[in-house]
Design a protein around this ligand. Structure first.
Ligand code: HEC
Length: 156
C-alpha cells in the first residue's frame, strides 16, 4: 500500500513538474506501459485457459478456476487511469497501438470493455467445474478481446 501511494505521488509530482513535453511524454509512456501490462495479464490468463480448452494442457480445475478468476479480476479493475486522452497512436507514434477512435467515439469503447467483463464473469462462474464448461464459456471471452481489438487497436 505504501509503495502504491509512493508511485502515485511520483506520478503526480512528475506531471506537476512537466514544464517540458519531454517530461510529460515520459509520464505518458509509463501510463501506456501500465495498460500494456493489463493486456499482458489478460493474455497470460486466457492463454492458460486456452491451452486446457484446446487439449494442449491437462484440464486442472483449480488452475482453471484461478486463471478465470484472475481474468475476471483484471477485467473488473477501474482502468480509467491507464487510458488518458493524448495516448493514441497519432499523438504518440511508435509507442502505442491504441487508435484515436477510443476517445473520438467515446463511450463506444466502454461497451467493448463491458462485453469482456460480462464474458469474463460468466467464464469465472464455470471454468472450475469441468472441461466441457470451460470450453463452452471461453469463446465469449475470446470474442470480448477480439471485439475491441478489431475496432480500437491498430494492426501494428
Ligand atoms: C476495451 C478494449 C480492449 C479489450 C476488451 C481488450 N483489449 Fe487488448 N488491447 C486493446 C488496445 C487498444 C491495445 C493497444 C494498447 C497500446 O498499445 O497502448 C491492446 C493491446 C493488447 C495486447 C498487446 C500488449 C502489448 O504489450 O503491447 C495484448 C497481448 C492484448 N491486448 C490482449 C488482450 C486480451 C487477451 C484481451 C481479452 C481477455 C484483451 N486484450 C481485451 C484494447 C482492448
Amino acid at each position: 500500500m505504501k509503495s502504491l501511494k509512493l508511485l502515485i505521488g511520483v506520478c503526480v509530482l512528475s506531471a506537476g513538474m512537466a514544464g517540458t513535453s519531454a517530461l510529460a511524454d515520459g509520464h505518458l509512456e509509463g501510463v501506456i506501459k501500465a495498460r500494456k501490462a493489463v493486456m499482458q495479464l489478460y493474455a497470460h490468463n486466457l492463454g492458460i485457459l486456452g491451452a486446457m480448452a484446446k487439449g494442449e494442457a491437462d484440464y486442472d480445475a483449480a488452475r482453471a478456476a484461478a486463471a478465470a478468476n484472475n481474468l475476471k479480476a483484471v477485467a473488473n479493475l477501474d482502468q480509467n487511469s491507464v487510458w488518458p486522452e493524448g495516448t493514441d497512436n497519432a499523438s504518440m507514434p511508435g509507442k502505442t497501438r491504441a487508435l484515436p477512435e477510443i476517445w473520438s467515439t467515446y463511450p463506444a469503447v466502454v461497451d467493448k470493455s463491458n462485453a469482456l467483463k460480462d464474458a469474463a464473469n460468466a467464464l469465472a462462474e464455470v471454468a472450475g467445474n469441468d472441461l466441457a464448461s470451460l470450453r463452452g464459456a471461453i469463446g465469449g471471452a475470446g470474442k470480448g478481446c477480439g471485439g475491441c481489438h478489431e475496432t480500437f487497436r491498430a494492426e501494428q
